[in-house]
Structure formats: structure tokens, C-alpha cells
Design a protein around this ligand. Structure first.
Ligand code: RNT
Ligand code: ZN
Length: 422
């Protein structure tokens, strides 16, 4: 639709919201402040550039859509394309395997900031923040299924050194980009079958983390985060770094906890956890993902689950303490489109959360008017949030509505398909 049309319809939607006591301009201003970290690993099916054994750690990426990025240049070009179709200013989350060392064969425990200099220069040029993740999988020293909780001291040492390298890199990135680099640790450690000793790996993991975090960095440069999991492929019976483990560790040591939406029992609500956790934790990192039947890492969509999460963050006033990252990998659809669908979905979830008549709803609840609360919440579901969204996109100079897909089609014809033929 032409710009004039979008604006005109927006004015009607603004009035409709105003009648409920909602200021759409305030919601638009709030939405501008939200940064989402696009997960770089969606662009190449979690392969990376280090020519090691590739994905595993129980992670599975299915599909063979043409055009997977095979180098830093290709991956950055794809991310750039996606970012032009997502309104607002965002971030990119890297994994250690996306290093581009000059010397081939550089080991993960030897990685240095200069191995990420192309990413840093690109982020500076595009005014993007960067976050970071250690890569504790897809490596011969992770083949036993244990890394930071390994009984084998050689392996454990290697992974401690890797984590230490990641933190040094993260701190440098945060300093150079003047924005704290959230540096996340997720390890695949666990048993496929029922363990006899559940205690030992956790004791070792605690010791390893204590060694890793002994070095202190300026929190304006580096923020550490820890990601637990319920189970994985190959760690069905036991996961050393469980939710309970990391929650306790994070509270005791002032670390950020990472909640991945695919890492809980399917009936467990991540949204409901926030107001409890944030009474004790300074901050939370979200890995926004969509599991279907298991931790399948589908691209996030505007689901009730995602909306519920955004609502909790907005209602609780937690925006300053919750870092929003994407975590999924789907090679069955256009990988660049997947980022756009995911990020636009997340932003729409935040927009609808910001379009709630919070004062009114809070007052009803306080007065015990549960009928009114339910009625109003139902009414909100069919309010014209999509029109406010289109206006926001128009103001940000990003295609409103499904028009963004034309840009992807052009990119697919001009870049991705050609890539696949090379
Ligand atoms: C694995 C974790 C982890 C990874 C990425 C690649 O279950 O979710 O965050 O998905 O780091
Ligand atoms: Zn995750």
C-alpha cells in the first residue's frame, strides 16, 4: 500500500485505541527502543568457518534450501539484507565458530579478538551491537558428550580455555562497540542413559565455571550468561547444566540466566518465570525459539507463547533487564526470510504488548473486577495492531505488510540461487 494510505488508516486506528485509553504514539516510541539480536548461525545451518566437524551437541538442522552462506562475507551480506527489512536498530549474536582466523587450523582455545575483526568492523560500519556465544559442540573434544563437566582433565582444560578466550573477545567487542557484549555459555554435557552419579558432573561444572569467572571484566563491556536445558539428543536421561543448576549458579554469582524457549517442558511457561526470576537476578537473556513437539528450533512466529512473553516483559517494566536474542535454525525455508519473519514476529509481539490499556486493566484487577478484565483482554485481540505496525514500518523506512517478501525474492534470484550453483 502507498504511504498516504497507510497514514490515513493509521489515524483511524489511533482513534480506536485512544477510546480504550491507549496511546499508539507511545507504543511506537517504545518499540523503537527494542533491540533484537539476530542469531548468525541461522544463516549457515550452524556450520561456522573453522572447518571442524560441524553441528552436533545434539542439535539438528533439517532442510536443504539453496543458498547457505559459506563465508563471513556471504553471511554478513545475508544479515544485512535481513536487517534492512526489520524496523528498528538491532544486534547480531555470534558464535565462536564464526571466527575468521588468518591461520587455518587455529584451535578454539586459541581464538582472539582479531579473529573477529571483520565482524567488528562490519558492526561498527552498520552501527550494530554484537553478542557472543562459546561453541562447546561439533568438536572432537566434545565427542564424549562432556566439555566443562568432563572428568578428562585435558578436555576440561581445553573448554575452560575456550570459555576464557570467548570472554576476552566478548569484553573487547563490548569495549570497541560501546555496548555490553552478552557472552553466553551453553554446553551439551549429559548422559543418553540413566546415570548412576548425577552429582559428579555438576560438581565439576561448578568448579569449571568458578575458574572461568575468576577473571573480572568491566560490566559495561562484558555480561556473562548461562543457558540450561531440560534434555537434548544424546542427553535424554541427564543434563549436567540443568535449569536448576544454572539458576542457582546465576543467583549465587550475579550472572545473567539465559532462557531458551525450547529448553523447558512444553507445558511450562517461560513468560511466567520472568516476574519470579527478576526478583533475584539482575538480568535475563532470552533465546527466542519455537519448539514443535521437542526443542526443534523452528523460526519463532507470533504465537500466544511469544505474545505472553512480550506481555510479561512490558507489564513488568523489565525491558531494561531482559536481552532479546533469537535462537533457531531452519534450512527448509529461505534462511534470510526466516530471520525477517522471526524478528518481525518478535517486534509485533512487543507492539501488541505495548498497546494494552495497562492502567485500566491493573485497576480492574485491583478492584476484583475479573469479568471486566477478561472481557477487555478478549476485546484487545481484534484491535488493529497490524495497522499501527504498518505505520511503524513506514516511519522506519522498511516495507510494511508482506511487501518485504518481494525484496527477499529479488535477493534469492540475484544472490542465493547463484551461490548454490557455484
Ligand atoms: C542449544 C542451545 C544453544 C544453541 C546455539 C547454537 O540447545 O539452545 O543456545 O542453540 O548456541
Ligand atoms: Zn539457545
Amino acid at each position: 500500500m502507498k504511504d498516504k494510505g497507510v497514514e490515513k488508516i493509521y489515524r483511524l486506528a489511533r482513534e480506536q485505541y485512544a477510546r480504550l485509553g491507549v496511546n499508539t504514539e507511545q507504543a511506537i516510541a517504545g518499540l523503537r527502543k527494542i533491540n533484537i539480536a539476530l542469531n548468525c548461525w541461522q544463516g549457515d545451518d550452524v556450520t561456522g568457518f573453522l572447518n571442524e566437524t560441524g553441528i552436533s551437541g545434539g542439535l539438528v538442522c533439517t532442510g536443504s534450501y539453496p543458498g547457505r552462506a559459506r563465508s563471513g562475507e556471504e553471511l554478513r551480506a545475508d544479515l544485512h539484507k535481513a536487517l534492512t527489512l526489520i524496523p528498528g536498530r538491532h544486534r547480531v549474536s555470534l558464535h565462536a565458530i564464526y571466527a575468521e582466523p588468518r591461520r587455518p587450523g587455529k584451535q578454539r582455545n586459541e581464538l582472539e579478538t582479531r579473529d573477529f575483526s571483520a565482524w567488528i568492523a562490519w558492526a561498527q560500519a552498520n552501527r550494530l551491537g554484537l553478542d557472543f556465544n562459546g561453541t562447546f559442540f561439533g568438536h572432537p573434544l566434545a565427542a564424549s558428550g562432556f566439555t566443562l563437566s568432563a572428568r578428562n582433565e585435558n578436555s576440561r582444560r581445553f573448554w575452560i580455555e575456550h570459555a576464557a578466550a570467548c570472554r576476552r573477545i566478548g569484553a573487547d567487542i563490548g569495549r570497541k562497540l560501546r555496548s555490553p557484549c552478552v557472552t553466553n555459555i551453553w554446553i551439551p554435557d549429559g548422559f543418553k542413559d540413566i546415570p548412576f552419579d548425577r552429582k559428579k558432573p555438576r560438581e565439576i561444572l561448578k568448579k569449571s565455571l568458578d575458574e572461568i569467572f575468576a577473571r573480572k571484566f568491566n560490566p559495561r563491556h562484558l555480561v556473562d550468561s548461562l543457558e540450561g536445558k531440560l534434555f537434548g539428543i544424546g542427553s535424554e536421561a541427564y543434563v549436567a547444566g540443568s535449569y536448576d543448576f544454572y539458576l542457582s549458579y546465576a543467583v549465587a554469582n550475579g550472572k545473567m540466566l539465559c532462557l531458551d524457549m525450547g529448553h523447558f517442558h512444553p507445558t511450562e511457561s517461560v513468560a511466567d518465570k520472568l516476574s519470579a526470576l527478576l526478583l533475584y537476578l539482575d538480568g535475563i537473556l532470552l533465546h527466542i525459539s519455537r519448539g514443535i513437539r521437542w526443542d526443534s528450533d523452528h523460526a519463532p512466529i507470533l504465537s500466544d507463547e511469544l505474545r505472553g512473553l512480550a506481555e510479561e516483559i512490558v507489564r513488568g517494566g523489565f525491558l531494561g533487564r531482559v536481552k532479546i536474542g533469537l535462537d533457531f535454525f531452519d534450512a527448509s525455508i529461505n534462511r534470510v526470510a526466516a530471520w525477517v519473519i522471526a524478528a518481525r514476529g518478535v517486534l509485533k509481539a512487543f507492539l501488541t504488548a505495548m498497546l494494552e490499556p495497562a492502567t485500566n486493566l491493573r485497576q480492574m484487577e485491583r478492584r476484583g473486577n475479573h469479568t471486566g478484565r477478561l472481557a477487555l483482554l478478549e476485546e484487545l485481540k481484534t484491535m488493529p495492531a497490524g495497522i499501527v505496525w504498518n505505520e511503524y514500518c513506514r516511519r522506519q523506512g522498511v516495507p510494511a505488510g508482506i511487501e518485504w517478501l518481494n525484496e527477499i525474492k529479488k535477493y534469492e534470484r540475484g544472490v542465493l540461487t547463484r551461490r548454490a550453483k557455484q
